[in-house]
Write a protein that binds this ligand. Sequence first.
Ligand SMILES: Nc1ncnc2c1ncn2[C@@H]1O[C@H](COP(=O)(O)OP(=O)(O)OP(=O)(O)O)[C@@H](O)[C@H]1O
Length: 280
Amino acid sequence: MQDSSTTGAGPTYRLEHLTVRHLAAAQAPALRDISLTVAQGEQVAVIGPSGAGKTTLLAVLACAHRPADGVFQAFGQDPWALPEAQRHRLRARLFLAPQTPPLPPRQRVVTAVLAARLPQWSLWRALVSLVKPADPEAAWQALARFNLGDKLYARVDRLSGGERQRCGLARLLLSSAQALLVDEPLSALDPALSELTVATLRQEAAQRNATLICSLHQVDLALAHFPRIVALRDGRIVFDLPREQVTAEMVTALYQGELPAASTPAAAAPTSRVAVGACF
Ligand SMILES: Nc1ncnc2c1ncn2[C@@H]1O[C@H](COP(=O)(O)OP(=O)(O)OP(=O)(O)O)[C@@H](O)[C@H]1O
């Protein structure tokens, strides 16, 4: 019998009553009582005010930050109960695109983008690619999807903030990950590029049936493009709803700090996803 963690039959993520801390136990947790199930292939936007816990949640989901308490499973496995080598293999199935991609400043864009394939390459091929890029055509295609094809041979430190951000996202396209975790991909982009970027991420995820979880400050774009909205505030899930059920009042209250009664998880219970809970 095959293990569901390798067949992909189960959810991508299962979180139950998760508590996550950054520092000492004395500090208030960054995430608390987070329960969330995300099916393979789902596309979820995570919204919420600054400091709500969006980046922390993505770090947990990327198996980069160990929760302090609660249940956390990725692809049916608790990464923190696995031996290091297995946890490493599990991480290879996830791709986290941080808000500021860690790109070596002196590298050419082509090399930086192709680095997304390192987990798939032998050490020898990886070393050779540093000198002579192994598949520049693939890197160009990925960059072109973010309107950045002309920067293939530019140096990373000569890119603008928005170009660097899209360069980081082009890496995502070259990965073979089954869960795509994207942290505020639009923070340095103009409106037209924001639309293009969200559309490209969604298209890529749909094509490979990958789960896409994206934190966004642009609530309008989140509501326009993502079927499911998870709202965080002060480290807790405020609502977890299909976008059709998210009202302007709920969004205003989320960012003002007070929620109308109808948007509390219990009151908004018509959907099975409500408050089933709420993350390199
Ligand atoms: N490395 C860290 N050490 C200590 N506390 C941290 C660390 N990173 C984040 N925090 C705290 O954890 C909480 C959640 O931060 P997080 O970065 O996850 O929020 P966010 O919703 O992504 O915010 P933003 O929208 O501003 O990026 C905040 O109170 C923050 O101060």
